[in-house]
Design a protein around this ligand. Structure first.
Ligand SMILES: Cc1cc2nc3c(=O)[nH]c(=O)nc-3n(C[C@H](O)[C@H](O)[C@H](O)COP(=O)(O)OP(=O)(O)OC[C@H]3O[C@@H](n4cnc5c(N)ncnc54)[C@H](O)[C@@H]3O)c2cc1C
Length: 291
């Protein structure tokens, strides 16, 4: 089918989609929910000859738990994340992010794979998935590869994804007993707009102290990043001077830009506040997580 000069395909198997993308090379592009790519098309930021619609690919959909690993298909919608019982149990931070992303209409069609492949610095899912230690699984007609999500992003709107490759799924370990995640987002209009500052935290608790803490900041650097200084919380309760130090590290390690949504200095100040919200929430939740 051709629309405005673009050859549109809607394959019904992953193999077929990958073959079309291989043959199209740099002239091909995938379309999942279309909430991002159709805007790029409208503004002529992309000019594909071939567009491959992914909505009929059942292989890319769904959330599964296999023993200690949780897998989310790239074609799973944000709305599906919001109502998933496995995620509610093992990745509450992902639910926080899904609830606060865009609007209900967008969430109904927007997908996990589209969110990650877009690689917007303010994308909501990447910080939480990095905090959860996620790996990303990619496939082309030539084969498969997987890599830590931290290695997927190379800059704002750029990734290691080859033109003929698709994201097939994201995987991360199921939450251990007394571990929990959270996501905090500062944005305008109650956060249903894109993030000005975001933070995701994952805490593994050992009694009254944190055994391991991962704090990831979003929207305040070209790509989401793990806050190195949050390691000060290891072996301590997530409170008091150690919590202050971790939040200060979030502010000092970020590299925000100044734009219409906030200056560099403003974003840096808000970073420590949002980091605190994420850490305190994960810490509180870890006390009650018994699975
Ligand atoms: C009004 C509005 C509000 C928004 N608010 C937010 C927000 O609050 N937070 C946020 O994070 N985002 C937001 N977005 C951005 C966007 O909706 C999300 O990033 C969404 O998840 C993109 O998913 P999609 O399925 O629509 O992707 P598409 O638009 O279909 O594709 C986006 C990109 O990903 C590629 N792609 C899609 N699927 C795959 C795959 N499986 N493998 C490889 N490449 C793939 C496409 O080729 C394209 O380059 C907003 C967008 C709009 C229009």
């Amino acid at each position: 089918m051709t629309t405005t000069g673009i050859e549109f395909h809607r394959p019904t198997s992953l193999e077929e989609a990958l073959t079309i993308l291989r043959d199209a090379g740099r002239e091909g592009i995938a379309k999942a929910g279309g909430t991002d790519v159709m805007l790029l098309l409208k503004h002529e930021a992309v000019r594909p000859r071939v567009m491959v619609g992914l909505s009929a690919l059942s292989e890319l959909k769904g959330i599964r738990r296999d023993k200690s690993v949780i897998a989310i298909g790239a074609g799973t919608t944000i709305a599906a994340l919001e109502r998933d019982a496995v995620l509610a149990e093992h990745a509450q931070g992902l639910l926080d992010a899904a609830h606060r992303m865009a609007t209900a209409q967008i969430r109904t069609v927007a997908t996990v794979g589209g969110n990650l492949a877009s690689a917007a610095a303010c994308g909501d899912l990447a910080p939480v998935l990095i905090a959860l230690d996620a790996t990303i699984h990619l496939r082309s007609a030539a084969g498969e590869r997987e890599l830590p999500l931290t290695e997927f992003f190379t800059g704002p709107r750029t990734t290691v994804l080859a033109p003929d490759e698709l994201i097939t799924r994201i995987e991360f370990p199921a939450a251990k007993k007394r571990s929990a995640s959270s996501y905090a987002k500062f944005g305008y209009r109650g956060g249903s707009q894109i993030a000005v500052v975001a933070a995701a935290a994952q805490v593994n608790r050992d009694g009254s102290v944190a055994e391991r803490v991962r704090l990831v900041m979003g929207a305040v650097a070209p790509i989401p990043f793990l806050v190195k200084g949050a390691s000060v919380l290891t072996g301590r309760p997530v409170e008091g001077a150690a919590l202050e130090a971790a939040c200060a590290a979030a502010a000092s390690e970020c590299r925000p830009i100044s734009d219409i949504r906030g200056s560099e200095a403003y974003r840096r100040t808000i970073s420590s506040v949002v980091a605190r919200q994420a850490l305190e929430s994960a810490w509180r939740r870890s006390a009650g997580h018994e699975s």
